[in-house]
Structure formats: C-alpha cells, structure tokens
Design a protein around this ligand. Structure first.
Ligand code: NI
Ligand code: MN
Length: 227
C-alpha cells in the first residue's frame, strides 16, 4: 500500500508528483506555456525531473530547475549525455527498461514520437512508469496508442495513467479510450490538449471509459489528486 502520492497538473504535459520523501517533476514546460499554473522559479526543492523527449514543450525548464535545485534529470541516454555536456546538469541517462533511482521504481517505455533539440534529432521519445509508495503512475509522453501498452501494464499494473488527448502530435481522445482499454488504470488524467488551437480537444469525451470502471479526472492546471 504505502502513503499518499499527490499528483498536480501544471499544464500541457507537465506534472508534479509529491511523495513523503520526494518531489518529482515530469516534462516541466512552464515558461512560454500558455496554460502553466506555476513559474520555474516556484520550484525550490526538486529531487528528480523526468523528461520524455527533447522537444521544447517537454524539456521546457528542466535545465534551469535542475541547475538551481540540483535535481537529477532522468531521460533517454542520448539526451542525458547532451544535457550534462552542454549545460552541466546532473543526469541519469537510461534507455527502455527497468531501473530504480533513489528508491523510486522507473520503467522507461517506448513512445511513438520524434525527439529533437535546436533543430537536430536528439535521442528517442519515451514514456515513464514511475512507482513510489506502492503506486504506479504512467506518463505516456507524446505518443499515439500502441498495442504494447497492454504488455507494460501487465508487467507493472498502472494506478494512474496520464494520457495525451490533443491529437495532431499525439493520440486523440478516441485513441486514449483504446489506450485505457489496454492499460486498465484505476484512474486516467488527460493532458497535452488545449494549449494551442492545433491540439484542441474535448476531455469530457474521455468519460466513455467510466463504463469500464476507470475514474476520469479532468484537472485544470494547478489542481491535484491524491492517491
Ligand atoms: Ni513532442
Ligand atoms: Mn509535445
């Protein structure tokens, strides 16, 4: 079981996960994010920053926050190497697979998406299954739906799935409903929509999965759930 985990939506694909011991950020794109509920400087203590890929709307303020707070940036090996060489941040480069980092269970899973930085391809895109306090959170990153989601959820049962629904660059609501069928999470939180017109979506349509007993929490930036 374990103690409570708090998940706060920061806008776009950015989330903060707080456990008793750790403050974790995922894809902290805050400056320049029209839907951000916080500024990078609001984060004074951060332990780990997960980055799903190098696109600016995900890497975001990871470097600035990591430099200021000494947080470790967890990401694809190639991106990690680049960030530590270019910016001097502490990184933990990994690849698709399982590891443990400072007592946190980390499973890097594929995401069907590109990854580039300053106009050059950099690493591959991923999603993360993060386990702490006996709860597992799956942040899908930017991806379409894919059948292996079922495989990972069988190996590492998911409590909360954070799924993009904006379409165009990622899955849309229809694909996210299928992803829920594959993942069987207890709760799903939509992300990566309504930041810009091109990814406009109607999150209420995701409530279709409530028929399967999956709780749908549509969070405004700044809102959080405790699980
Ligand atoms: Ni992207
Ligand atoms: Mn994106």
């Amino acid at each position: 079981m374990g103690r409570a985990v708090k998940i706060r939506y920061l806008g776009h694909a950015a989330f903060e996960i707080r456990t008793e011991e750790k403050i974790i950020l995922i894809d902290p794109f805050l400056e320049g994010n029209p839907r951000a509920c916080a500024r990078a400087e609001d984060f004074e203590k951060v332990d780990l920053i997960f980055v799903t890929h190098a696109h600016a709307d995900h890497l975001g303020d990871a470097v600035e926050i990591a430099k200021r707070t000494n947080a470790k940036v967890v990401c694809m090996y190639d991106i990690a190497q680049y960030l530590s060489e270019k910016f001097g941040v502490e990184t933990i480069g990994m690849n698709y697979g399982y590891t443990r980092i400072d007592g946190v269970e980390v499973i890097m899973v594929p995401a069907w998406h590109s990854s580039s930085f300053e106009g050059k391809m950099l690493g591959n895109s991923c999603g993360f299954i993060i386990g702490a306090e006996g709860k597992r959170v799956y942040h899908a990153g930017d991806t379409c739906v894919f059948g292996d989601m079922k495989l990972f959820a069988e190996l590492y049962p998911i409590d909360i799935a954070l799924l993009p629904i904006g379409g165009h660059f990622t899955m849309d609501v229809k694909q996210a409903i299928k992803a829920c069928e594959l993942l069987k999470p207890k709760m799903v939180i939509p992300m990566h929509y309504n930041t810009w017109p091109v990814i406009r979506a109607e999150p209420e349509k995701l409530r279709e999965v409530e028929k399967s007993g999956i709780e749908v929490r549509i969070l405004e930036p700044g809102e959080e759930v405790e699980v």
